[in-house]
Write a protein that binds this ligand. Structure first.
Ligand SMILES: [Zn+2]
Ligand SMILES: [Zn+2]
Length: 307
């Protein structure tokens, strides 16, 4: 199985979406509910588990406005009607000098006894309204994440379209013997290394070079005692979840040579990311070596095979 950077990245995004956001919501709801003296653990669970933010919406509708006012002295929660902070005793409302009635800040006359209220006599500091920054952040994240995700999907569709529009031409040569290779060529050296490794299996030597505007992706496969012959080869286009790949499909065949080479090449506007060898729907293990050289078929075999 191919594990690519793209898959890792996508998994991280999904993890953030399906785990991170509910965790953020439940932390916010827990702290907010605790400050409002509501059952915090219960609301945190409801907010995290109800799908599509329904839990959060219900909580925001149900929560009491009890703690939105704060004492300017100690920061503790106070209510609109308080004349004093019950925790630190800070003066929140002035009193009428004549009758002691608790006065609002914008009054000029005492409503109880009609005494004018002198401006210079005011000493109370009114409670401060606590802004809900946590909620602003939370809503920002809840809105931004799907927008970013949508942008990623759209961008990946655009690049997918680019590959499809570019058009790809494929060529391949089956069942090349190692003795057909030009002596000392890069592929001959690589085959010698594979033989030295000694194990049966499939080895791939991949290289990419630029031919004008065309990216040429070359792939040599060396099959050692695989008991399969090439059925067909194709290019799988990259999508959101997978890289593009040269796909070589084998059919089981006991008469296959014990060790032989296959050459596959794709020409297109973009290079191909990987190599995939399959047999009857299964992906076979393949030891891939990347090379910086242009390892074309013509460059690696004896001249009489080049035609
Ligand atoms: Zn206070
Ligand atoms: Zn009064």
């Amino acid at each position: 199985m191919f594990v690519t950077m793209r898959m890792v990245l996508l998994l991280a995004v999904y993890a953030a979406l399906f785990l991170g956001i509910p965790i953020l919501i439940s932390v916010y709801v827990y702290r907010d509910a605790k400050a409002r003296e509501m059952p915090a653990a219960l609301w945190a669970v409801v907010a995290a588990l109800c799908p599509a933010f329904i839990g959060l919406v219900i909580y925001l509708l149900a929560r009491t406005g009890r703690s939105s006012l704060r004492c300017p002295g100690c920061g503790g929660p106070v209510q609109e009607s308080f004349a004093l902070c019950p925790r630190c005793g800070a003066l929140l409302k002035d009193r009428c000098q004549k009758c002691g009635f608790a006065l609002e800040r914008d009054w000029t006359v005492c409503p109880s006894c009609g005494q004018p209220i002198p401006e210079e006599g005011r000493q109370a500091v009114p409670p401060v309204k606590k802004g809900d920054r946590g909620l602003q952040w939370l809503l920002g994240i809840v809105i931004a994440v799907p927008v970013v995700l949508l942008a990623v999907v759209l961008l990946s569709l655009v690049s997918f379209q680019g590959v499809a529009d570019g058009g790809t031409s494929m060529m391949g040569v089956d069942a090349i013997s190692a003795s057909d290779l030009r002596e000392g060529s890069a592929v001959a050296q690589w085959v010698a290394q594979c033989d030295a490794a000694g194990e049966d299996g499939i080895y791939a030597l991949a290289s990419v070079y630029q031919d004008g505007d065309t990216a040429v992706s070359c792939c040599w496969l060396y099959l050692k005692n695989v008991d399969g012959l090439v059925n067909h080869y194709s290019q799988r286009e990259g999508g959101l979840l997978s890289d593009s790949a040269l796909v070589v499909d084998l059919t089981p065949d006991a008469t296959a040579p014990p060790a032989y080479l296959v050459y596959v090449e794709a020409r297109g506007s973009e290079s191909v990311d990987g190599v995939l060898v399959t047999m009857e729907g299964e992906t076979l293990d393949c030891a891939v070596t990347e090379s910086g050289e242009a390892l074309t078929y013509e460059g690696q075999v004896y001249p009489y095979l080049a035609s």
